[in-house]
Design a protein. Structure first.
Length: 618
């Protein structure tokens, strides 16, 4: 049945361009004017971009109220966020294009975020409430030239909420829901989320202050006969103040404080235990922009401290902090030539038996050429200067060609890029399995694809291949480099089709194959599809289906790999505006068919659950 479904989807996607040619309605499409930024740092029309950039807009986030940012990102092609379907508080594993978490870079408002005390320098997406997010852009593939180390398989660029132009504006978001497994449908209200944001503009001064909290219980972290509930809580506060000195110069300072607490169980032996994990993030930053006739100078910088503590049979405390800043100049020679030159600096520090740190100083340049006859070229280079490993050059060449149609375009694109991933402080000097003799990992990524936009249809297909040289694994003796290569390859197909002015269909399919290791938790086949319908000017409903195919997981009690069965989930959501631009209510239901499935061996997954909420703006 699953194979038949995949075959039907593939045939349907392949035929979309034929159907689109026959479309006679006057559906208004935004694809020709849609602007993407992350792949070049310039505001370019999608048709002039050499990447298939994923864009999650504010409107889409509003239609997905009740979901976490990890759940929303997980519906995109080429990405698997393990843990996003389970109990709140579960650790996320972010896998993009068959890679690992250390190969994905997260940016918040253009500034790199990563925890230097974690084993892979990953950023914990649990620390970021969705109520603070304005939009998300995701670049898949190597982007180390613009964004540095770790940007090997994807860059998740998150933009926080914009400040209102009104003198004072208030937004309150509140929701609650069930939190239950497929085998225990008790329908108790045990999952709560609240946020409040006050912001505005007073002449040349703008301000924003926000607070959010989440709390949930009702589920055990691990499936055991006792199933004792493990709860989760998160408190986050943000403040931002900006000042526009002149029409050409503006500056903003901001701060964040987030505390997270989650209970968990003993994974060795899979037994209930009174363990808990505590995490605290404190972040302060500054951004500024000075514009002149043909360009602009930008500064983005932030200092972040991370403290986390595991209270378990093997208690430990982890402390780390990092300072990062990025200074760059954007210059536009004319409508065809866009250039950027900058320097990125970061220092990571973490406390083990003694305090350890390293610094990275990266000068970089990038150029975008948009020709009047359809040729587009994005090229650049970065010199990675690491205090432990010296200098290493990474570069990218990303050509594309766009052929204009009467109501759209056809674009052919390709890319060749290198990436450089240095070991983390924990891998070099940490408490468990550290190896100061580790070598950096180098990646080479090749991509080729086609994008078609016409009469309300956008369809893209892309092939990728990545060689990982000297990848770092945790072996029998701790962290070590594997001799030789790991190869990851695959294909992605995406579809967005405005069937009617009130009806939109979106779908994507990802095939991923990883060779050289056991490729745990990476599905070979993955499908997401959704149908959104505008019932009226005030009401929007959508139904979404996801299929996660065969994959392996490691049973760490026996240290053997186990094949996990495929599973399918069906979700439904509806939003209704009671007072335009003021009051919105929503209902979200996930796993409507109450399917029982396994995401990580031994860990709990959710059954059918419901969430209701409201969004008030004053």
């Amino acid at each position: 049945m699953n194979k038949n479904f995949i075959g039907l989807c593939a045939i349907g996607l392949a035929c979309m361009h034929v159907v689109a040619q026959q479309q006679k309605d006057s559906t208004k499409t935004h694809y020709l004017d849609e602007v993407v930024v992350s792949d070049s740092r310039f505001e370019l029309k999608r048709e002039n971009s050499g990447k298939t950039v994923i864009k999650i807009t504010a409107d889409e986030l509003e239609r997905n109220q009740g979901r976490t940012i990890a759940e929303i990102i997980n519906t995109r092609s080429g990405i698997e966020i393990v843990g996003s379907r389970g109990r709140k508080g579960a650790i996320y594993g972010v896998y993009a294009r068959g890679g690992r978490g250390r190969q994905v870079l997260v940016l918040i408002d253009g500034v790199r975020v990563s925890d230097p005390s974690s084993s892979s320098q990953e950023y914990d997406l649990r620390l970021l409430p969705i109520s603070n997010i304005e939009s998300v852009e995701i670049i898949k593939g190597a982007a180390s030239t613009l964004y540095g180390t770790n940007a090997a398989t994807a860059v998740i660029n998150i933009t926080t909420k914009k400040v209102s132009r009104e003198r004072i504006a208030l937004n309150v978001l509140s929701s609650m829901g069930t939190n239950q497994t497929a085998n225990n449908q008790n329908y108790n209200i045990s999952d709560f989320s609240n946020s409040a944001q006050l912001n505005g503009t007073l002449g040349k001064l703008n301000y924003l202050a926000s607070f959010s909290n989440q709390y949930s219980n009702g589920l055990s972290a691990i499936v055991t006969p006792e199933n004792i509930e493990d709860d989760y809580s998160n408190f986050s506060s943000d403040i931002k103040v900006g000042y526009e000195f002149t029409d050409n110069f503006k500056i903003a300072v901001y701060g964040n404080h987030t505390k997270l607490r989650t209970q968990f169980d003993e994974s060795f032996g899979l037994v209930d235990a009174p363990y808990q994990f505590l995490s605290e993030q404190k972040r302060a930053g500054l951004s500024s922009e000075y514009t002149y006739e043909k360009g602009s100078i930008h500064f983005n910088g932030a200092y972040t401290s991370y403290v986390s503590e595991s209270q378990s049979a093997f208690p430990n405390k982890y402390e780390g902090d990092n300072l990062v800043f990025d200074v760059y100049n954007k210059y536009i020679f004319n409508d065809s030539f866009h250039t950027i030159a900058g320097i990125n600096y970061l220092i990571d520090e973490s406390e083990f038996e003694v305090v350890k740190d390293f610094t990275i100083t990266d000068p970089y340049v990038n150029m975008v050429y948009v020709s009047p006859f359809g040729l587009n070229l994005n090229v650049g280079g970065r010199l990675n200067n690491h205090s432990e490993y010296g200098a290493r050059l990474v570069y990218n060449v990303n050509p594309s060609y766009t052929h204009k149609l009467e109501s759209g375009y056809v674009k052919v694109l390709g890319s060749y890029a290198t990436s450089y991933i240095t070991p983390s402080l924990t891998q070099l000097f940490g408490f468990f399995g550290a190896n100061p003799n580790l070598e950096p990992e180098e990646n080479i990524t090749i991509e080729g694809g086609l994008e078609f936009v016409n009469n309300g249809v956008r369809m893209s297909t892309l092939y990728f291949n990545r060689d990982e040289n000297q990848p770092i694994i945790y072996g029998l003796n701790g962290y070590e480099n594997i001799e030789g290569f790991i190869d990851a390859q695959g294909a992605e197909v995406e579809l967005d089709w405005n069937l009617l002015e009130t009806l939109k269909w979106s779908a994507n399919y990802t095939f991923t194959e990883r060779k050289g290791d056991n490729a745990i938790r990476i599905p070979k086949h993955k499908i997401n599809t959704s149908l959104g319908y505008k019932l009226s000017d005030k009401t929007h409903a959508s139904i979404a289906y996801s299929y996660t195919g065969n994959r392996l997981d490691t049973d760490f009690n026996t240290f053997t790999d186990v094949a996990l069965s495929p599973f399918s989930l069906l979700d439904f959501s509806i939003n209704h505006t009671i007072i335009p631009n003021k009051l919105n209510v929503f209902l979200f239901a996930n796993n409507l068919l109450n399917e029982e499935y396994l995401e990580i061996i031994g860990f709990t997954t959710k059954g059918r659950n419901f969430r209701i909420g409201m969004n008030l703006s004053l």
